[in-house]
Design a protein around this ligand. Structure first.
Ligand code: PFF
Length: 480
C-alpha cells in the first residue's frame, strides 16, 4: 500500500510495500547526502566547470547554469531519488517494479550502458589526476613554463603503460570501497572525504584570493554581461548541469534505493544540489583569480587544470604544498564519483543475475553476490580503459569511430545523447506513465496551502523538462 502526502512544502513518500526490500542501505540521512553529493561533485565541477565557464563568458555562464540547476536539476534529482526509494531497486529493476510491466526495461539498459561508457573515459581523467598528484609529490613541475607543461601533458596522455597503470589504480581503489556493504564502504568514506574536500577547497580559495590582482578574476566570474548569454551558452549550461549532478544514468536511482525510509526526498535533493553548486562555484573562485593574477587566458579549454594550473601553482609561494593540495583534492572528488558510477553497475549486475532463469526448469539461477559483482564490474571496466587508452595513444587504428578515438566518442555520446535521453525517459516515465494513483501522489496535498510545490514539480517534470531536453538533444545532434 502506498500513501503519498505533501506536508510543509515537502513531498513525503511513505512506501510500506518496499520498506524492507534492501538488505543493505545507508544508515543515516547525512550518509546518503554525503554519498550523493560525492557522486555529483567530481571532475565535472573542478575540471570541466571552470573551463566551460571560461570559454562561455564567466559570469554569463554562471547565471544561466544556476537557473538550469534550479529549473531542471532539482526536479530530475528528485525524480531519480523517487524512482529508487519507491521501488527499492537499482536501475535494473526499478522501472519494472513501478510500472508493473517490462515496457520500460530499455531505460534500465540505457542507464547501465551510459554508466559503463562514462567509466571508460572518467577513469582515464581520474588517472591523469593521480599521475599529476604523484608528480606534484616529486616536484616534477618545478621550473616548467606553460609550453613545457603542455608538452608534458601530451607526453603523459600518450604513454600507454603509464596511462593504463594510473587509470587502473582508481578502479582498484573504488572496487575496494565497493567490496564492503553500502553503509560500511560508501557511506563511511563519503562522510570523511566530502567534508575534507570542502575544507581543502576553502583553504585553496583563501590562498588564491590573497594574490595581487585576484579581483579581476572575481569580476570575470561574478559580473554578468547579459549580452554574452547566447543559445550556445544555454545549451552548454544545461549539458553541464546534467553531467555535474550525475543525472540520467541511474546513479541516484541506485542511491535512492538505499535511502533510509524516513528521509525526505525534496530536502535531500536541495542539500545535494547546494553542495554540488557550492563546489563548482568554489572551483571558479580558485581558478579564475589565479588565471588572471598570472596573466593567463581563462578560455584555455580542457587543459586549464592540467597545464595552466600547475604553472600557476609553481609561481605561488609554498608551491609544493599548493600543488599537492590541489591534486589531492581533484583525486578525492574524482573517487567519490567513480564510486557511484561503479555502484550502478554492481547493483545492476546483482539484480540482473537474480532475475536470470534457468532455461529448462524456469527456476531462478544462482544470483551473483556483491563481491562477484564488484570483481566482474572491475574486470569489464579495466577492459574498457585499456581499449580507450589504446585508441587514444594511437596504438590501434581499428579502435576509432569516424576518425575519433574512443575516449572522445564515449565522452561525446554520453553527455550529448545518452544522459539527456535517460533524463527524458525518466521524466516521461514518472510524469506521464506511472499509474494515476502514484503519479498524482506528489501533487496531492493534505494542506491546501502546501499543494503548490507538488503541482509545480509535476508541471515542470511533465512539460518544462522534456521540452528543454528535446531542445538540447536536437541541438547536440545538429538538427536545430
Ligand atoms: N557528476 C560527476 C562529476 O561532476 O564529475 C560525473 C558523474 C558521476 C556523472 C557519476 C555520472 C555519474 F553517475
Amino acid at each position: 500500500m502506498h500513501v503519498y502526502f505533501v506536508r510543509t512544502n515537502r513531498i513525503h513518500i511513505k512506501d510500506m510495500a518496499n520498506e524492507s526490500k534492501r538488505n543493505t542501505s545507508f544508515t543515516s540521512k547525512i550518509g546518503l547526502i554525503m554519498a550523493a553529493a560525492g557522486s555529483a561533485v567530481g571532475l565535472g565541477n573542478i575540471w570541466k566547470f571552470p573551463y566551460i565557464a571560461g570559454e562561455n563568458g564567466g559570469g554569463a555562464f554562471l547565471i544561466v547554469y544556476l537557473i538550469c540547476v534550479a529549473l531542471f536539476g532539482l526536479p530530475l534529482l528528485m525524480t531519480e531519488f523517487f524512482i529508487g526509494k519507491r521501488s527499492g531497486k537499482s536501475a535494473f529493476g526499478a522501472f519494472r517494479e513501478l510500472s508493473g510491466n517490462g515496457r520500460w526495461q530499455w531505460l534500465s539498459w540505457l542507464c547501465m550502458l551510459t554508466a559503463m561508457l562514462i567509466m571508460g573515459f572518467y577513469f582515464i581523467v581520474t588517472g591523469w589526476c593521480f599521475n599529476y598528484l604523484f608528480e606534484a609529490f616529486r616536484n616534477t613541475f618545478d621550473g616548467l613554463g606553460t609550453e613545457a607543461l603542455a608538452e608534458h601533458f601530451a607526453a603523459v596522455a600518450s604513454n600507454t603503460p603509464r596511462m593504463i597503470g594510473f587509470s587502473v589504480l582508481p578502479v582498484v581503489l573504488t572496487a575496494a570501497v565497493l567490496w564492503f556493504d553500502v553503509n560500511a564502504g560508501i557511506e563511511r568514506l563519503s562522510k570523511i572525504l566530502m567534508p575534507l574536500l570542502l575544507l581543502m577547497m576553502l583553504l585553496m580559495a583563501g590562498r588564491v584570493l590573497m594574490l595581487d590582482g585576484s579581483n579581476v578574476g572575481m569580476r570575470f566570474f561574478f559580473q554578468t554581461d547579459f549580452s554574452k548569454i547566447t543559445p550556445r551558452v544555454i545549451m552548454e549550461a544545461m549539458g553541464q548541469c546534467f553531467f555535474s549532478l550525475s543525472i540520467g544514468m541511474g546513479a541516484l536511482i541506485t542511491y535512492g534505493s538505499y535511502m533510509p525510509k524516513n528521509q525526505n526526498i525534496t530536502a535531500t535533493s536541495i542539500q545535494v544540489i547546494t553542495l554540488d553548486t557550492l563546489v563548482a562555484v568554489l572551483a571558479g573562485v580558485i581558478i579564475f583569480p589565479a588565471v588572471f593574477a598570472f596573466g593567463f587566458d581563462p578560455a584555455e579549454g580542457p587543459q586549464l587544470v592540467f597545464v595552466v594550473l600547475p604553472a600557476i601553482l609553481e609561481q605561488m609561494s609554498f608551491s609544493w604544498f599548493s600543488s599537492v593540495l590541489f591534486f589531492t583534492l581533484l583525486c578525492i572528488a574524482a573517487l567519490t564519483s567513480t564510486i557511484s558510477l561503479m555502484e550502478v553497475m554492481v547493483a545492476f549486475i546483482c539484480e540482473a543475475s537474480a532475475a536470470v532463469r534457468k532455461p529448462k526448469s524456469g527456476h531462478p539461477g544462482r544470483p551473483l553476490n556483491r563481491h562477484q559483482s564488484v570483481l566482474l564490474t572491475s574486470a569489464m571496466t579495466i577492459v574498457l580503459i585499456v581499449l580507450c587508452v589504446l585508441s587514444m595513444t594511437g596504438k590501434t587504428e581499428w579502435l576509432t569511430i569516424m576518425g575519433h578515438n574512443l575516449f572522445d566518442c564515449f565522452d561525446e555520446i554520453t553527455s550529448c545523447v545518452m544522459m539527456p535521453l535517460g533524463a527524458l525517459g525518466m521524466s516521461v516515465f514518472v510524469g506521464w506513465c506511472l499509474p494515476n494513483e502514484t503519479l498524482k501522489g506528489p501533487a496531492r496535498g493534505t494542506r491546501r496551502t502546501k499543494r503548490w510545490f507538488g503541482k509545480i514539480y509535476l508541471a515542470v517534470l511533465r512539460w518544462v523538462v522534456p521540452v528543454a531536453i528535446m531542445i538540447i538533444f536536437l541541438n547536440s545532434l545538429g538538427i536545430i
